[in-house]
Design a protein. Structure first.
Length: 329
């Protein structure tokens, strides 16, 4: 079967990424598995510090080294392990086959280049077009994201926050990548602009048949855009399921806590029920299950035993001793 015919686009197996510093080792990503098919959107959800952005940088081989180090695992993209690629090969893949929308559009754009030049640069590098042809394509990309093409000669400071994010999306999609990684693409935007950007990303994803990993801490955004969801906590994926399964039948106590923190328009409650405590320090993770200090179902065994991944069927997987029959639900 050729690469074009295989459904699977990305398969991450047992990926481990640590930052080794003088103050200790930051265990950012600890043996995660992710599978993504062509055209699918995966929501990678978790609190700040869960390891979501490090995972994305790992896929692109952009983890800053030092102090970051990919200690183990495999990242198969189109059937080939990205961790075995040379830096020259990775440069060809980045922006061309895998693109990333970074968290803050204000810092993603170069203030001294026009937006047209910044989009054209990506096209020239990967598609080998001349400068004028690349500028023409850049104008078309701007129009595709809802910005008049004649604004290509303007600088980033002449655009609003929402417009800057549209420019960043145009850069990311300029070479029609197979995989788009969007790192909290709507966090810096107000709610109405956020809805517009999500609509735009949804439409472009369908048009280009692009697979997407959407990194967020907002389950509302996940419900709008994603096909399946991976819940991340302290560098581990604790639950994976289709969007419908996760919203209708969440299994992990951490996932219950995330849903308990969201206001429900149909129920009148005096207070929300947030997860108690804070994310553990990644330089000093608790023994056993990393969630046990905050878990309402934790038993003594949770302090000692690391849970394995239990497959509940239909692609729903969870890491919790409850589903191994060791702890009572």
């Amino acid at each position: 079967m050729s690469k074009a015919e295989t459904k699977e686009l990305l398969n991450i197996k047992n990926l481990t990424i640590h930052y080794i510093t003088e103050d200790g080792t930051v265990k950012a990503v600890n043996g995660i598995d992710i599978q993504l098919n062509r055209g699918e959107t995966l929501g990678l959800v978790g609190e700040t510090g869960a390891g979501k952005t490090t995972t994305a940088l790992g896929i692109l081989r952009l983890v800053p080294n030092p102090p970051g180090k990919i200690l183990g695992g495999e990242i198969f993209f189109e059937g080939e392990d990205l961790l075995k690629k040379s830096e020259v090969e990775m440069r060809h893949i980045r922006g061309n086959k895998i693109s990333m929308i970074f968290q803050d559009p204000m810092t993603s754009l170069n203030p001294v280049l026009t937006v047209g030049e910044q989009i054209a640069e990506v096209i020239q590098i990967h598609e080998g077009l001349g400068k004028q042809d690349a500028i023409e394509k850049a104008k078309k990309m701007l129009e595709m994201v809802g910005i008049p093409g004649n604004r290509h000669s303007e600088y980033p400071h002449q655009f609003s926050g929402g417009m800057k994010q549209r420019v960043v999306i145009a850069i990311a999609l300029a070479c029609n990548p197979q995989l788009l990684i969007a790192d909290e693409p709507t966090t810096a935007l107000d709610v109405t602009i956020q809805a517009q950007v999500l609509d735009l990303m949804n439409n472009l994803k369908k048009e280009f048949q692009t697979a997407m990993i959407l990194i967020t801490h907002d389950l509302g955004v996940v419900a709008e855009v994603c096909d399946k969801v991976a819940i991340m906590y302290a560098g581990e994926i604790v639950e994976t399921a289709s969007l419908e399964d996760l919203f209708e039948n969440p299994k992990h106590p951490y996932t219950w806590g995330l849903f308990g923190s969201i206001p429900n328009l149909e129920e009148e409650v005096e207070r929300l029920n947030p997860i108690k405590g804070l994310m553990p320090d990644p330089t000093n993770l608790p023994s056993g299950c990393p969630f046990h200090p905050r878990c309402p179902k934790a038993a003594d065994v949770c302090k000692k035993q690391m849970p394995k991944t239990t497959d509940l069927g239909n692609g729903h997987k969870v890491r919790c001793l409850i589903y191994e029959g060791i702890v009572k639900a």
